[in-house]
Design a protein around this ligand. Structure first.
Ligand code: G4P
Length: 288
């Protein structure tokens, strides 16, 4: 199968990091939004180092698209590492109301200290971070009731610091911190491409679909059997599976060959729109 290596030129990485480190001083906690389908690939591994000892909250977003069992495994994983976890579907608002109580619980000692110092009502401030397209703006809009305004979404963009009120005494930095994925690992780029976080037009759709087919055949074979009526040996490679599915769908070229390009586009579209099911492509280290 064709090797895939997705290149990405984050450009403003150093600047982004500097801005984030400056803004960290202004906040009580960092809230990192992840794509629940790919919690490893949608994460920047430097985040732990950047955040230092700041209290941390993980949002497992797009829960509507991920495997519920895996969501629970990831919740347990992050909790065992001392982070608060909230599961959300920002489209339907599911889980959104859990955010404020989770923040207050995470920061309860700090809030108590503020109160002991007589600073009752001192606002709690949170920075939202995440890679592009993970749902940061939608999340901020949902938790705050803010409408429409999409914060500038390019790495390293600066402007005046502003706060969005979420709840009495809880503020969010209105510009989310843009993290860069760890593209040095080719698998990360490929998984971001499966989910549509990396645009198709820079990719070889067929090669991408072969990789996805193979991975799904290993993890969720029943879903593929049911949708594409394929029944190949467990170790069948992605291209063979694509041909088989294309044949079953009747995607033929004029010479009678299978139109694998078309099948590739269909697979990616059906995966991204969850027509195949809710799949998580990455499990926590101990579960993998
Ligand atoms: P960003 O600021 O991190 O770059 O991401 P943004 O909020 O712009 O969200 C990117 C896309 O992801 C949006 O779709 C948004 O609606 C969608 N999205 C965010 N959270 C969820 C979620 O929990 N579940 C699902 N299914 N989708 C989510 P879009 O295609 O850009 O716009 P639209 O389809 O909402 O019109």
């Amino acid at each position: 199968m064709q090797e895939m290596n997705i290149q990405w030129y984050p450009g403003h990485m150093t600047k982004t990091r500097r801005i984030m480190e400056e803004q960290l001083r202004l906040v009580d906690a960092v809230c990192e939004i992840l794509d629940a389908r790919i919690p490893i690939s949608s994460r920047n591994p430097d985040i732990d180092e950047i955040c230092g000892t700041k209290p941390r909250l993980i949002i497992l977003n797009r829960m509507d698209m991920a495997d519920p069992t895996a969501i629970q495994q990831w919740t347990d994983y992050f909790k065992s590492r001392g982070m608060a976890v909230v599961k959300t579907d920002c489209k339907s608002r599911r889980g959104i109301n859990d955010f404020v109580p989770a923040v207050r619980n995470l920061l309860r000692d700090k809030i108590k200290k503020y109160e002991e110092k007589g600073q009752v009502g001192r606002p709690i401030k949170i920075m939202i971070v995440g890679i592009p397209n993970v749902g940061k703006s939608t999340f901020i809009n949902q938790v705050s009731g803010r409408k429409g305004a999409k914060a500038e979404n390019r790495p390293g963009v600066t402007r005046g610091i502003q706060w969005v009120t979420v709840d009495n005494g809880l503020l969010l930095l209105d510009t989310p911190g843009i993290l860069w994925p760890k593209f040095e690992d080719p698998q990360v780029g490929i998984r971001l491409a499966y989910t549509g976080a990396v645009k198709d037009d820079i990719l070889d759709t067929e090669a991408l679909a072969c990789h996805l087919m193979e991975m799904l055949w290993q993890r969720y074979p029943d879903a593929l059997r049911e949708r594409y009526k394929i029944d190949e040996a467990p170790e069948t490679d992605g291209y063979e599976l694509l041909i088989s599915a294309g044949r079953k769908r009747g995607f033929l070229l004029s010479r009678g060959e299978i139109d694998t390009e078309r099948m590739a586009r269909v697979l990616l579209e059906e995966y991204r729109s969850c027509k195949l099911g809710r799949f998580t492509l990455e499990l926590p280290p101990q579960e993998a």
